[in-house]
Design a binder for this molecule. Structure first.
Ligand code: GDG
Length: 453
């Protein structure tokens, strides 16, 4: 028994993600959720990262103590794989938002995207087959690399392959009509373990495997991802003073009135338009003499070359302008949009300055912003308005949970959040914080690795 446990720990771990977590010149590691989640695990077990890097070194290399292996493929091919198949086909379909799938005007282009997806997955598989030690654990991240399990099984049957899917898995009914569904699901099914965010995703995936690949037998289980709480707590403790909050709100022009906040990539899955419409309905039905609230919306640029994203941003801007025209005055701007990326300390200042945090995606694997907001509220105040369609809703029961497609529920949720008593707010926030601080990304990573080993 003892020796089996030791063998499990000594297994080499390869973390595989679509691109390497390094700056463009490959001189420093970038600090993302996944990197900070896996860094301690990686330190303890000496894992290697595998990912695409344009003109990356031919040999394994080390940055900030992390061993890295670059996968090579041309930028054009990478674009057809990444912006094409992964983000214009898989992303909308997996989120149950097939209406946003880009249908390339030329049929051959669609076939090209799928072909590039196969070829890039193959380049990953071949590179991993070259560098992995005997019996290594290959931990594949996300929807970009779903063909890897079968490719690796045929190239290197000694490897263990585990996949974590960061985005939802769709109802099989929305999948089986796709010409690529059987190939994708059966090649994915060659993994030993597949982790999902929610139980519902695990059920959907189980059903899809049963339908499309009945001979495959991976373990399918939910492993809800989380955040690295330590740096957030440290920053929040620094920023959580009345004077910082006052100066943040002065800068935003939101003094003497309630504030709601949204922080999202400009993505149609995030429900930004629906939120603006619900906010407009809230203003339209405002009663009494209390000052009207302001919605501050951070809009983080993303996937800007994709037509569906360009169209969505344009609609967000039109909807915002309309609300501001209808309800704004010389001294009141109902919706304040902040375009462009914020630093983490700046985001935490916003989390601390708001009365209500709106996390209302139409569908979201987890949504880390919800957990980051909760971790930031070291003062035990503030209200989280949370979509039932975000994975976080399975854990954050003490949030105000609403159906993001119901304008009535959204508007009513905003109203209830703004009216909530201090006592109810504190009780809810304490319970949310207890959960988030007790379930960090470190727990997530070590649970997953244990299950996969
Ligand atoms: C995918 C899944 C799942 C955003 N704007 C800024 C900024 N951010 C940071 C947030 C958060 C992260 O980006 C976004 O994470 P989310 O979880 O909210 O959403 P996705 O990007 O769609 O992530 C999602 C996640 O993978 C992990 O599995 O939860 O469901 O879709 O950390 O804080 N950070 C900074 N400036 C910004 O302007 N610094």
């Amino acid at each position: 028994h003892q020796s089996r446990r030791k063998a499990a720990i000594l297994r080499e771990v390869l973390i595989v993600a679509n691109r390497l977590p390094v700056s463009v010149d490959a001189s420093t590691l970038t600090s993302g959720g996944l990197v900070s989640a896996l860094a301690p695990v990686s330190d303890a077990i000496g894992s290697t990262w595998v990912g695409w890097l344009e003109n990356g070194p031919a040999e394994p290399f080390v940055v900030d103590g992390q061993r890295l292996v670059a996968v090579h493929t041309s930028r054009e091919q990478y674009a057809r794989y990444y912006e094409g198949f992964a983000n214009q086909v898989l992303w909308p379909v997996f989120h149950g938002l097939g209406e946003y799938e880009t249908h390339p005007p030329v049929q051959s282009e669609a076939a090209n995207w799928l072909n590039a997806y196969r070829k890039v997955n193959r380049a990953f598989a071949e590179r991993i087959a070259e560098v992995a030690s005997n019996g290594a654990l290959v931990w594949v991240q996300d929807y970009h690399l779903l063909l890897l399990p079968e490719m690796l099984r045929s190239l290197r049957p000694d490897l263990r392959v585990a996949v974590f899917l960061h985005i939802p898995f769709p109802d099989p009914a929305a999948l089986v009509t796709k010409p690529w569904a059987r190939e994708l699901v059966s090649e994915l099914g060659a993994a030993q373990l597949i982790g999902t965010q929610r139980e519902r995703d695990a059920r959907h995936l189980g059903a899809a495997l049963h339908l499309l690949s009945p001979q495959s037998s991976p373990v399918v289980r939910a492993f809800p991802i989380s955040i690295d709480t330590a740096p957030i707590l440290q920053e929040a403790n620094r920023a959580s003073s009345p004077s910082t909050v006052t100066s943040v709100r002065e800068r935003l022009g939101v003094t003497d009135r309630p504030m709601l906040l949204g922080v999202d990539r400009i993505d149609y899955t995030k429900g930004i338009i629906e939120r603006i419409e619900a906010f407009s309905a809230l203003l339209g039905s405002w009663e009494g003499s209390e000052p009207l609230p302001t919605l501050v919306q951070v809009l983080t640029p993303t996937r800007e070359t994709i037509p569906a994203y360009q169209g969505y941003l344009a609609r967000v801007n039109v909807a915002t302008t309309e609300v501001n025209r209808q309800f704004g005055t010389a001294s009141y701007t109902p919706i304040v949009n902040i375009n462009g990326s914020y630093s983490l300390p700046e985001l935490i200042e916003l989390f601390l300055a708001t009365d209500v945090m709106c996390v209302t995606p139409l569908r979201d694997g987890m949504n880390l912003v919800a957990k980051e907001f909760v971790a930031s509220r070291v003062d035990d105040s503030g209200v989280l308005l949370l979509s039932s369609e975000a994975g976080a809703a399975d854990e954050l029961h003490s949030a105000l949970i609403v159906d993001p497609r119901s304008q009535l529920e959204l508007t009513d949720g905003m109203r209830r959040a703004l009216k909530m008593s201090d006592e109810e707010m504190r009780i809810r926030m304490r319970s949310l914080r207890k959960h988030v601080l007790g379930h960090t990304v470190h727990n997530w990573a070590s649970n997953f690795i244990k299950a996969a080993s």
